[in-house]
Design a protein around this ligand. Structure first.
Ligand code: GLU
Length: 378
């Protein structure tokens, strides 16, 4: 009972909602055509949400799935050029379907294609943020997808669950909904166990992440694991996530009328600011710094900055201003932060006292290699 009350409160409060729609929801199985009614139902549901003075941002997969259907391909495409070509065919069709469905509801849509590089760079992240804010001001619904036609592994988000979690920060959302082809998170694999039960609410995502297995289906990339990881990243931004079945009729309408649908993942109270969330999850680390036990302790337990004296070594080439990983002597990650010195400079000052920096380099910018304000413990 208390849970339902909380859920209602969370939903009532949500004003800016990121809705991620998986390929399996939009495209069904390999042999069916594209079901346009799915798009029109979605648009109808979303028009209700918007009328309630809420903003919606869609993260939609489906380019590859719809491209495969358009090209009559029956097997999952494997090579990068094939995937890119199929996505190029599908992305246009996908937007045409959304444009028609939302057009009927008199709602404008906007295509936004991103690669990880677009968000990993702080300035480009802020530019994308401004564009999205402006689209929302125009009451256009941004429909975001990975820019599959140009993205190769090094610049990829990997899967759209991950992308949707990063978008919650990008648009300063207060709720994430992930629509997939199962009802939510179960206590065991519902495809294998008939007595599997749906978990209505989760407050400790970590407990489930290690247990969730399984890759995505024939079209998509993610599975339950990537959805849980996305929910965890959203939780760090103070954002609750609902994973629900996008094939259930009027699922969004039901969620927003307070019905108990899917699994709700509660946010963390101790939320990261947008900038720290970006450091922790969006920026791609340019290298890593290994610290000794004393520094590890100071970072983890005492809330201190990282000084040169605690540094044992580093990997990768990075400049001052880049985001790097900090690892303990055993290689496990402690956190991520923005460095004040490049890898070349660090080679000269690692292990030194702060009073020795100037002598070693001939100048000194800062005492700290990573200032506490630019460091996020993970
Ligand atoms: N961007 C891919 C597509 O539109 C989907 C990626 C994913 O499934 O996560 O087909």
């Amino acid at each position: 009972m208390e849970f339902l009350m909380n859920r209602k409160k969370i939903i009532k409060k949500a004003r800016r909602i990121v809705i991620k729609i998986g390929s399996a929801v939009l495209a069904g199985d390999l042999h069916s055509g594209v079901d346009e009614s799915l798009f029109s139902n979605l648009a109808k549901d979303i028009s209700h949400i918007i009328k309630d003075k809420r903003k919606v941002i869609l993260v939609s997969s489906g380019a590859i799935a719809i491209g495969m259907k358009r090209l009559g391909l029956k097997e999952k495409v494997k090579s990068i050029p094939e995937k890119q070509a199929v996505a190029a065919v599908g992305q246009g069709s996908l937007m045409a379907l959304y444009d028609r469905a939302f057009g009927t509801e008199k709602i404008k849509v906007a295509q936004v294609l991103l690669t990880h590089n677009d968000l990993s760079d702080r300035q480009r992240f802020l530019n994308a943020k401004n564009t999205l804010q402006t689209l929302l001001k125009y009451d256009a619904i941004p429909i975001i997808n990975e820019n599959d036609t140009v993205a190769v592994d090094e610049i990829k988000f990997g899967d759209n669950d991950h992308l949707s979690a990063l978008v919650t920060n990008l648009v300063e959302a207060d709720m994430l909904i992930i629509l997939t082809d199962i009802d939510g998170l179960y206590n065991k694999d519902p495809k294998r166990y008939r007595d599997a039960e749906l978990i209505p609410v989760v407050d400790d995502i970590d407990k489930f992440i290690s247990a969730a297995g399984g890759a995505g289906g024939i079209y998509g990339t993610g599975g339950m694991q990537t959805k849980l990881e996305a929910a965890k990243k959203a939780a760090h931004f103070g954002v609750p996530t609902i994973i629900a079945n996008g094939r259930e009729k009027s699922v969004l309408k039901k969620i927003f009328s307070g019905q108990d649908m899917g699994t709700l993942f509660l946010p963390l109270e101790d939320r990261l600011t947008s900038r720290k969330h970006w450091i922790a999850f969006t920026a791609r680390p340019a290298g890593s710094i290994t610290v000794d036990d004393g520094a590890r302790n100071a970072l983890l337990k005492k809330g201190k900055s990282l000084l040169p004296s605690g540094i044992k070594g580093m990997e990768g080439e990075f400049d001052s201003g880049d985001v790097v990983k900090c690892t303990g002597p055993d290689g496990s990650e402690i956190g991520r932060g923005i460095v004040n010195y490049s890898s070349n400079e660090l080679k000269k000052i690692k292990g030194l006292k702060t009073s020795e920096i100037e002598k070693a380099l001939g100048y000194k910018y800062f005492d700290e290699v990573i200032h506490r304000d630019n460091l996020v413990i993970r």
